[in-house]
Design a protein around this ligand. Structure first.
Ligand code: DQA
Length: 153
């Protein structure tokens, strides 16, 4: 496992407008706030024996910087690139720099929505994608990445 001096670290990146969860289109994204999602992930991380760092930005370049740093600092990356999913070659290229597992996640099922959301720039450079399970998807993603970063027996 990479970047595991004492115990594994997983970075969770939330893209633009996800800081507004709870208020933002609750019929689509639910009523849970980003703080609540982050706290749940940190608690789940404790019980799984890994450190969870969370990061949100509305700025593409800030997300690219954070992904670049993750190559040295983290054992795995979970990312909801939000609207940048559908547009950002820069985020895709930053992910291609990494040799740690990456999971793409969406609260909503992007394939049931407008056609412009059906295309992900990230899907084919991530290990897998979780889409449509609401906040439970983050729990699934952390469970899945834990399996992927587990040292081989
Ligand atoms: C989203 C889906 C995107 O299409 C949208 O732009 C978002 C959130 C989701 O989690 O369902 O901001 O990534």
């Amino acid at each position: 496992m990479k970047n595991c001096n004492d115990h594994p670290k997983v970075l969770v990146i939330h893209g633009p407008n996800l800081n507004m969860l709870g208020k933002r289109e609750p019929d689509v994204y639910g009523k849970t706030t980003l703080d609540e999602i982050n706290k749940n992930l940190e608690n789940q991380g404790k019980s799984l024996g890994l450190a969870v760092e969370t990061f949100q930005s509305n700025h593409e370049g800030a997300i690219v910087d954070k992904i670049q740093d993750a190559g040295e600092l983290q054992s795995g990356l979970i990312i909801n690139p939000a609207a940048y999913t559908h547009t950002s070659i820069a985020i895709r290229d930053a992910i291609l720099l990494l040799d740690i597992p990456v999971i793409e996640i969406h609260l909503s099922n992007i394939y049931k929505r407008e056609p412009f959301r059906h295309k992900s720039m990230i899907a084919d450079v991530a290990a897998g994608q979780i889409s449509g399970f609401g906040t439970y998807g983050y729990k699934m993603a952390l469970d899945a990445i834990t399996e992927m970063i587990k040292p081989a027996n």
